[in-house]
Design a protein around this ligand. Structure first.
Ligand SMILES: [Zn+2]
Length: 274
């Protein structure tokens, strides 16, 4: 599932190509992917300019010239792809946006969980209010003091599932939660109230460093993720525990273990994660 670095990469690339462009045509190929009736969706989006492109948590937001919005969630396998004018939709293409200037954006998903919604300002606000996302970890306002206070409110939670809770902190999923725990030298199943101050500091530092480096490397392609230009992300080479079960820890040489935690496969090093 794309997490903050993957979605942020797509947003930056989208901005570089699609901001200020007019959507000359839109074709919905799968009614399940949109929140309105197909014709209605197409009519409301066609002819509008993409004024603004933003990310909040794992959600992509397009502000349209009509003061309406399109929001996208890629869920497990969704992709937003920049394609040439002559490109033909594939079986997994759900929506096609034709842009003025002979380019298209394909919204693809082989699993049919990803969605795009057309919303007015009220609908947009209602959506985000309901989601109640936690702070953005790469923002300056997310300081180590803020993080410590957030943790103090959740003393009995296990740390890794807590990091993946979008209402606690936005954008972290199964990959980066495991990597952050490894960075901090703490086991993913540790209960928050057992964490020492220096472990919390290290975890905070890990979250900031890992996410920024992953954005710099355009994400992790450990599954089907590719960026807006169809390229894989480079962070996979940096992974220390994710996907490395049975291999030697690069820090201490112990074999990386895998366990289930809150239903999700979770890797850690029994040697250097306490
Ligand atoms: Zn180790």
């Amino acid at each position: 599932m794309p997490e903050l670095p993957e979605v942020e990469t797509i947003v930056r690339q989208l901005k570089s190509r699609a901001r200020g462009k007019k959507i000359s045509r839109v074709k919905v190929l799968d009614a399940k992917a949109v929140n309105l009736r197909v014709k209605d969706f197409e009519n409301r989006v066609r002819g509008k300019i993409i004024k603004d492109i933003k990310r909040r948590a794992k959600v992509i937001i397009w502000g349209l010239s009509s003061k309406k919005f399109l929001i996208f969630h890629l869920k497990l396998n969704g992709r937003i792809l920049w394609t040439k004018d002559m490109a033909v939709p594939r079986k997994k293409t759900r929506v096609v946006f034709d842009l003025a200037g002979n380019n298209k954006i394909f919204f693809d998903d082989s699993r049919r969980f990803a969605w795009v919604r057309f919303l007015d300002k009220k609908g947009l606000d209602a959506y985000f209010k309901k989601q109640n996302f936690g702070p953005e970890p790469l923002k300056k306002s997310f300081t180590s003091r803020v993080f410590k206070k957030m943790l103090a409110r959740r003393p009995n939670s296990k740390i890794k599932p807590l990091l993946m809770d979008q209402k606690f902190i936005a954008g972290i999923g199964n990959i980066y939660a495991q990597e952050a725990c490894f960075y901090a030298g703490i086991r993913p199943m540790r209960v928050v109230k057992t964490l020492e101050d220096k472990e919390i500091k290290k975890l905070y530092q890990g979250i900031k460093r890992i996410l920024s480096e992953a954005v710099r490397q355009q994400g992790t392609s450990s599954d089907v993720y590719v960026n807006f230009f169809g390229k894989q992300g480079g962070y996979v080479a940096e992974l220390k525990v994710y996907g490395r079960e049975g291999k030697k820890c690069q820090r201490c040489g112990t074999i990386i273990k895998v366990t289930k935690l809150a239903g999700r496969g979770t890797r850690y090093c029994p040697g250097c994660q306490k």
